[in-house]
Design a protein around this ligand. Structure first.
Ligand code: ZN
Length: 405
């Protein structure tokens, strides 16, 4: 990835202990999938996790002294995670109603390395992170600000809307995942260095895929070494996507990343994509474009058929939100049919790999049986699926309530 020299602030490195520079090293959004990292860690002010509300504590004893530690050390990971956590908490504090606390109480624990897995989750007790080895490299999910702020986002939403945590709805679970991904995006946007970089990389067209839209590139790379089609080709999930709403009951329960399924992480991409598209347009053009933004969101969620309003033919098949008065908040066709999944590129790629397209305009049955040509079974996020004990897949263990990355 091309990176301008102006934002390549090299971190201070030492041969063991921290540098004497006042600050800590942290990533902008993710360590990335390349070695050495395309975007080096940056020096940031020492974070303070003791501020309420949203007080947090990384469960490491003793906590390392603040400093700019060498990459790859536990001390670096501690302060990189702390910096990301503070960034996310600072963003959300300005919106929280008075008296808001975490579900576990005033303080939320953060467990940076709970063992070997390509995973991370929030479980109403703590934010849990892991490490895993693939392709000769060991990655730590707690080192990525994208993942840290995603899990923190689950905690924030649980503090605001606890009823969503165990709601018996695929869409509620998917919204939880989408909200968490949006938290990661908003936390990244708090950094001016990243904002400048993204504007440069996308030539100010934020609707392009970029480091801002690509979430958890490093963990995505690691999972691809184990299961190449389980995640996106260049990240774990991408907020720039072409997925459209479709009733989750009619989607396969699992599938490759190129297809939409009712698995909450997969289905969440519809909501995240709609949010990101609207956000890009707000940033690019203001004012009367609000109406167009609403129209775009309507088209994303109700592009083909509206049970309330008969579908038109030809070029008039898309709903006219302005004429119908169906804005973002008044969309009545949340169960309408739509193009099931991906862009033309995604469909072509899947057909080339032998997946059938048995429904008009979609590939909803592409993963039927969840087996590819090789006979290998598909699963959500590689080995993560084994550890996934979220409400929707915790089986006979109702006492365990997890949210996975
Ligand atoms: Zn999650």
């Amino acid at each position: 990835m091309a990176v301008s020299a102006s934002r390549r602030r090299q971190p201070s490195r030492t041969s063991g202990g921290p540098s004497t520079v006042g600050g800590v090293n942290g990533w902008q959004d993710d360590p990335g999938d390349s070695l050495p990292p395309a975007v080096p860690a940056e020096l940031r002010p020492v974070p303070d996790l003791s501020i309420a509300p949203l007080r947090m504590r990384i469960d490491v004893t003793p906590a390392p002294a603040a400093g700019a530690y060498e990459l790859g050390t536990p001390e670096f990971r501690y302060w990189s995670a702390a910096e990301a956590l503070e960034r996310g908490a600072t963003f959300w504090r300005q919106f929280l109603p008075e008296g808001t606390t975490w579900q576990p109480g005033e303080e939320l624990r953060v467990l940076l390395d709970e063992g070997e897995d390509f995973n991370a989750f929030y479980d109403r007790n703590a934010l849990n992170f892991f490490h895993g080895t693939a392709g000769g490299r060991t990655v730590f999910s707690g080192e990525s600000p994208d993942i840290v702020c995603h899990e923190q986002g689950h905690g924030v939403l649980d503090a605001l809307r606890p009823e969503l945590f165990d709601a018996g709805s695929i869409e509620a679970a998917a919204f939880h995942e989408s909200f968490a991904d949006i938290c990661a995006i908003m936390a990244a946007l708090q950094l001016q260095s990243l904002r400048v970089a993204i504007l440069s990389d996308t030539r100010s067209d934020l609707s392009r895929s970029s480091r801002l839209s690509r979430l958890a590139e490093q963990l995505g790379w690691a999972i691809r070494q184990v299961s190449p089609d389980a995640v996106d080709a260049d990240c774990l999930r991408n907020a720039v996507n072409s997925f459209f709403y479709h009733s989750p009951e009619e989607l396969p329960t699992q599938g490759p990343a190129a297809a939409l399924s009712s698995e909450p992480h997969s289905f969440s991409r519809v909501f995240t994509g709609a949010f990101f598209a609207s956000r890009c347009r707000i940033g690019r053009r203001r004012g009367e474009q609000w109406r167009q933004i609403s129209q775009r969101i309507d088209q994303r969620f109700c592009p083909a058929r509206d049970p309330v309003r008969p579908r038109r033919r030809g070029n008039d098949s898309r709903p006219d939100s302005g004429a119908s008065g169906r804005g973002t908040g008044s969309c009545r066709c949340t169960r309408s049919l739509a193009r099931i999944t991906p862009s033309g590129i995604g469909r072509r790629r899947l057909r080339a790999r032998g997946y059938p397209s048995s429904r008009p305009g979609g590939i909803g049955t592409a993963a039927a049986g969840h087996r590819g040509r090789s006979g290998r079974r598909w699963f959500g996020f590689g080995s993560q699926q084994r550890a996934c004990r979220s409400r929707l897949c915790r089986g006979s263990d109702p006492a365990r309530s997890y949210r996975c990355w």
